[in-house]
Design a protein around this ligand. Structure first.
Ligand code: HEM
Ligand code: HEM
Length: 172
């Protein structure tokens, strides 16, 4: 007898709100990152950071991302995540989990490196921050491609980051 389909479930509504807030804030960081790099490299060379508004805005928004990611981590540990669809191939499940895990790690570590770079004014700290920015960008491309793949399959995975409060951990 065919097994009943597993309910797809959804993320907690607060978790969904945080997901989209962070996406919006991260876009802003990429919009200001180039200007930030210029101002920072000037500061490293001449020992004084220019009083450029972008230094504050990028730093403050980046710190908001750090706080948002810590809140998200708490919500994730408290409310869990819905299980993958039944027919999701194992390697895709692993890739998806690894991507999400890396997002958490990088979006928490990046602001810390950015802060340290401003504090110590050492070029290598800024470089680590800049390299991490490219890794996050690569992961975002992979992640959005994954979301589009799910959208084409119409398996309900995309909509669970779009609304609802049910989190289903059951496997039957
Ligand atoms: C997750 C949050 C953040 C993201 C996504 C982000 C993103 C970026 C990006 C894309 C760049 C340009 C990198 C390049 O082209 O080399 C950049 C540069 C920079 N950011 Fe952030 N940033 C974040 C948080 C912060 C915070 C909290 C601070 C400091 C308080 C900060 C300080 C810097 C500095 C100093 C640079 C210039 C470093 C360099 O490129 O040499 N960032 N950031
Ligand atoms: C148009 C852009 C995006 C779409 C459509 C999208 C969609 C989704 C969906 C549907 C999920 C749930 C996946 C599942 O349940 O297996 C998810 C999870 C996640 N997304 Fe996105 N996302 C987008 C952009 C981003 C960006 C830019 C980031 C990072 C900056 C991000 C970070 C995450 C993380 C960390 C999770 C895992 C949540 C958890 O399990 O705790 N997303 N996203």
């Amino acid at each position: 007898m065919a097994q009943a389909a597993r309910p797809v479930g959804a993320y907690h509504v607060r978790h969904i709100a945080m997901h989209w807030t962070v996406v919006f804030l991260v876009l802003f960081q990429y919009a200001t990152g180039g200007r930030m790099e210029q101002a920072y490299l000037y500061g490293v060379e001449y020992g004084v950071l220019p009083m450029d508004g972008v230094l504050y805005v990028h730093g403050i928004i980046g710190t908001c991302i750090l706080i948002a990611m810590l809140v998200r981590l708490y919500l994730r540990l408290k409310h869990g995540a819905p299980p993958p669809p039944d027919n999701e191939p194992k390697p895709i499940q692993i890739l998806s989990r690894a991507t999400h895990f890396a997002f958490y790690g990088l979006l928490i570590a990046m602001p810390l490196f950015g802060m340290a770079a401003l504090w110590v004014k050492a070029g290598w700290l800024g470089q680590v921050h800049g390299i991490a920015a490219y890794v996050v960008l690569g992961l975002a491309v992979l992640h959005v491609a994954g979301a589009m793949w799910h959208a084409i399959k119409r398996d309900g995975v995309v909509s669970r980051m779009g609304g609802g409060t049910t989190v289903t951990r059951t496997t039957t």
